[in-house]
Ligand binder design. Structure first.
Ligand code: EPU
Length: 337
């Protein structure tokens, strides 16, 4: 374990923002983690996993701990299910592929989501009708104050739409070290109701898909509209889809009859922020070296060399414009640092 100084974080965040960490260390094991946390020298710590859900607007004047603890193990098996523990530093998509290669079902709809396993519970990642919480059993996290490991079971985690206890009550107080999932070994439950998945499977000529084929369909859909962070810096959906009351929705529909929506409860609907942003005229707009992605308006992009501050200002302009036109507040999904 080696502590480095003045390290560029460009390759550690998917937006590709060129900020500097005053101190930097890669954590390869639980022992490394404990050793670093016991150091008196560095009071301020900043944790980075896959760096896929953050907008870095300034240099980090702290010790950046890059969590790189690897390892996947089967912890328990029953006739129909398997419990798989993945360490925090595993790349999410590679982990999903590992489960599919073992014919373990559950995570296939979440193929190709950027980021690492350890940060996946923080915002309860999700895609195409499936959320992490649907297959999550528990996670282990190190309490930064007591330096003791604690287990967070699903009910404690308070999962919601792109939300959990780790974004609220215990924000910044823990480092997640591993996550346990309960997956199916047979009779896999497929989630193919999502329109785009159906269409993609038809294109692929698949009638009775396997979990691997569902994954392939998801990968094809994502690749067709979400930019690959290795080519264009981005952080996936920049905003959450706003949830509004049925009453507000009815009013909105009077002026915008085509507004799409998903029912959340008897009294609430979710409106796609991507539609609001596109309707407000931002889709595909570029401002020099950053802008709004041309195929998916929910994604802000860094074409190379942009500053986090610029992207933050663009996001504020979008929020203000959306409010002015639709009277709806949209909230950032990414963490702004
Ligand atoms: N839409 C537009 N214009 C756009 C984009 C979207 O009009 O530019 C409208 C369309 O009507 C479309 C609807 O929005 O039917 C929904 O779009 P899409 O299915 O692409 O999903 P999304 O709501 O934009 C969410 C997640 C994604 C996830 C997809 C698929 C959020 C904030 N985003 O996006 O998650 O992959 O559904 O399930 O909930 C992420 O969190 O980083 C992410 C990519």
């Amino acid at each position: 374990m080696q502590i480095q100084h003045n390290i560029a974080l460009k390759k550690y965040n998917t937006f590709g923002l060129d900020v500097v960490a005053k101190h930097f260390v890669t954590i390869n094991s639980l022992e490394d983690l404990l050793e670093v946390l016991e150091l008196e020298t560095y009071k301020e710590k900043f944790i980075i996993g896959g760096g896929s859900n953050m907008l870095l607007t300034k240099n980090i004047n702290a010790l950046v701990m890059h969590i790189n603890i690897k390892g996947i193990t089967i912890t328990r098996e029953t006739e129909n299910h398997v419990y798989v523990k993945a360490n925090a530093g595993e790349n999410w998509h590679e982990f999903v592929q590992w489960t599919l290669n073992h014919d373990f079902g559950g995570l296939e709809n979440m193929s190709l989501i950027p980021g690492n396993v350890g940060t996946s519970p923080i915002q309860n990642i999700g895609a195409y009708g499936v959320e992490l919480k649907d297959y999550f059993v528990s996670c282990q996290a190190l309490n930064l104050k007591t330096l003791k490991l604690e287990t967070f079971t699903k009910d404690i985690c308070n999962f919601g739409y792109r939300n959990s206890i780790f974004k609220n009550e215990v924000k910044g107080q823990y480092v997640i070290t591993n996550v346990v999932f309960k997956l199916t070994k047979n009779n896999h439950k497929l989630h193919t109701n999502y329109g785009a998945i159906q269409t993609q499977l038809e294109i692929m000529g698949v009638n009775t898909p396997t979990i691997k084929e569902v994954s392939k369909a998801v990968i094809a859909i994502r690749e067709s509209k979400l930019p690959n962070p290795k080519e264009i810096g981005n952080s996936g959906s920049f905003f959450k889809n706003p949830i509004i009351s049925l009453e507000e929705f009815e009013k909105l529909k009077e002026n915008f009859p085509k507004v799409p929506s998903y029912k959340v409860s008897e009294s609430q609907v979710k409106v796609p922020a991507g539609w609001l942003i596109e309707t407000a005229g931002f889709k595909g707009k570029t401002f020099g070296n950053y802008g709004v992605h041309k195929k998916q308006a929910l994604v802000l992009v860094n074409y190379g060399g942009a500053k986090g501050e610029d992207i933050l200002n663009l996001s504020k302009l979008i929020q203000k414009t959306i409010y002015r036109i639709f009277k709806i507040s949209i909230e950032a999904e990414v963490n702004i640092i």
